[in-house]
Ligand binder design. Structure first.
Ligand SMILES: Cc1cc2nc3c(=O)[nH]c(=O)nc-3n(C[C@H](O)[C@H](O)[C@H](O)COP(=O)(O)OP(=O)(O)OC[C@H]3O[C@@H](n4cnc5c(N)ncnc54)[C@H](O)[C@@H]3O)c2cc1C
Length: 382
């Protein structure tokens, strides 16, 4: 389909990302899938290529482009290459964590963290979810007790993207147990702080090269200089930044669906049964027609949201619509594509097998489909 979202600089950037994937990702990706995480060197290579901190001002070593279309191109290219563990890992770093550091960081914090963020020396994560609190963020129990010039952080987080590689983690913690959602703060925990431990690298149904992990905080002394923004204002910051995270996931989802559709359309031309290409059966033709329609219409809406984000007008409700719709589309397209591949769709030698496994979580992380519908439904006045 023709997309008028991008200009020539974005097209050139996409070529650079594709070249990077050929050079630094393709040959190792299956090994990373087996090992359960990517090599740390790919983060440095991405930093060197200028792919980390796209929106970070150049004085800190970033790309200096406050234009989300570059972020979109980056994660799309990884999704098209069936490397969703990396669209997720890099997407989390660039699209989710960077805005917190840029919008809330003091000059001193920016000087301390952003150069490493852009070079790949500092891999980041954000830790909201706990064993007992996912959708219900206000129920977080990790606490940070003020004590002199520090906070003493204790609790545990789970399902944290980049958890093993992370050097800097934005931790959502309760600094005032009696203040409800106004008692939540964002604390930056750094690798090596005594009491900060990684738990298990979690075994998952898909996204095998993504180092999703548990994090444990056992009386970690976090200096007050590591609080992001105002203490107690954390919940508001999360609500402000979640739309960009959700849009980033929607961008990945539609790119992955488009890629799955492309491989499958080709397969339907090549594979024969009963003396004809399987794509010529009416059912296959209709499935392909449905998917082509789903992908194109979804892309149009997601692109509109990218434009809105750049213009500063993307609402939480529109981001929720993009997130649930695009990820449910991704899931249903991947599933139909497996079916059209027959038994080969279930074999790892075909890309659709991994794409189907990796698609599943996208309707869950970043806010489930049900929570997205709650946001939209409440906005409708129900
Ligand atoms: C691979 C992976 C990576 C992740 N990365 C991160 C990360 O980097 N950082 C982080 O903080 N978290 C991360 N998460 C956590 C993710 O955001 C949560 O799993 C998600 O928000 C759902 O929370 P939960 O798992 O506790 O499910 P629950 O909240 O327990 O939900 C269980 C079910 O109940 C439904 N439900 C809950 N509340 C309602 C309601 N009010 N109305 C209707 N239905 C409801 C849900 O939709 C879901 O179907 C990740 C998760 C995964 C699997």
């Amino acid at each position: 389909m023709d997309r008028d979202l991008f200009e020539s600089d974005h097209v050139a950037f996409r070529d650079a990302v594709r070249h990077f994937i050929e050079r630094h990702v393709e040959k190792d990706y299956e090994r990373w899938e087996r090992e359960g995480l990517v090599d740390r060197t790919v983060w440095h290579a991405a930093g060197e290529a200028g792919f980390l901190g796209l929106s970070v001002p150049d004085e800190f070593g970033g790309g200096g482009a406050a234009d989300f279309r570059y972020n979109a191109v980056l994660v799309e290219a990884f999704a098209e290459a069936n490397a969703l563990s990396l669209s997720s890992g890099f997407g989390l770093h660039n699209d989710v964590v960077a805005p917190y550091l840029l919008e809330l960081g003091t000059d001193e914090q920016k000087r301390r963290w952003l150069p490493g963020f852009c070079s790949g020396d500092i891999v980041t994560a954000i830790a909201m979810t706990e064993p007992g609190a996912g959708s219900d963020l206000k129920a977080v129990r990790t606490t940070a007790r003020p004590d002199g010039s520090s906070y003493v952080l204790s609790g545990s987080k789970t399902f944290i993207t980049n958890g093993i590689h992370s050097d800097l983690v934005i931790v959502v913690a309760r600094t005032d147990p009696d203040a409800g959602s106004r008692g939540i703060s964002l604390l930056v925990v750094e690798r090596g702080m005594p009491g900060f431990e990684r738990g298990r690298k979690l075994a998952k149904a898909g996204m095998h090269a993504q180092d999703t992990a548990e994090l444990i905080f056992d009386d970690v002394r976090v200096p007050r200089e590591n609080v992001l923004g105002e203490p107690g204002a954390g919940f508001g910051y999360l609500m402000r930044n979640l739309p960009q995270e959700r849009l980033s996931i929607a961008v990945v989802a539609v790119a992955a669906a488009r890629a799955a559709f492309g491989w499958t359309a080709q397969y339907c031309r090549d594979r024969h049964a009963f003396g004809q290409p399987i794509g010529s059966f009416q059912n296959s033709r209709f499935q392909l027609a449905e998917m082509a329609t789903q992908v194109e219409i979804t892309q149009t809406y997601v692109d509109r949201c990218v434009r809105a984000l750049n213009a500063g007008t993307l609402t939480a409700v529109d981001a929720a619509k993009a997130k649930w719709w695009a990820t449910e589309t991704m899931k249903s397209v991947a599933d139909k594509c497996v079916q059209l591949h027959g038994g080969y769709g279930y074999m790892d030698e075909y890309p659709i097998s991994r794409a189907w496994r990796d698609a599943r979580v996208h309707t869950i992380f970043g806010g489930t489909t049900e929570i997205m519908k709650e946001i939209i439904g409440r906005d409708l006045g129900f």
